[in-house]
Design a protein. Structure first.
Length: 149
């Protein structure tokens, strides 16, 4: 019987780890680490003041407006898209059977919207926990409630 290979994605708003498990009793091992800083668009600066819109002839009317999303939300969504792309590449190379995601709650929401294709179809479980700084040896206890396929 072929062992079930699982990719585990741990993420918060600024860093991520991809781990791999190649079957029962094999444990988790680090596969890759990613950081928001390594992506070129991470350095975008945002203004603190709301934008202004002019309308009418010669800009007679001026209206202030609030941005639809904060800088944190935009940054989180951008990092989630980068993680989804990295996950697609790893998925094509490793061909795992399932995916488990553990991320800070807000990042988990962003990842759910960003991950598509084969990884999304193979999503076995997700945890709204920030486990990015947990030592590798301590991680299996956090996944104890997840049933094998």
């Amino acid at each position: 019987m072929k062992p079930i290979t699982t990719l585990v994605l741990l993420a918060d708003d600024a860093s991520a780890r991809i781990l791999i498990n190649q079957g029962i009793g094999k444990g988790l091992r680090d596969h890759a680490e990613l950081s928001l800083k390594q992506f070129a668009d991470a350095q975008i600066e945002y203004g603190d003041r709301p934008g202004r819109q002019t309308g009418g002839p010669a800009g007679a009317a001026r209206h202030g407006f609030d941005p639809h999303e904060t800088a944190d939300v935009q940054s989180r969504a951008r990092f989630a898209r980068h993680l989804a792309e990295a996950l697609e590449q790893e998925w094509a190379q490793l061909r795992p059977d399932r995916l488990i995601i553990a991320a800070a709650p807000k990042m988990l929401g962003a990842l759910r919207g960003a991950i598509t294709g084969a990884p999304a179809a193979a999503l076995h479980a997700d945890l709204a926990k920030d486990l990015i700084k947990v030592a590798l040896r301590d991680l299996p206890a956090h996944f104890a409630d997840i049933q094998p396929m």
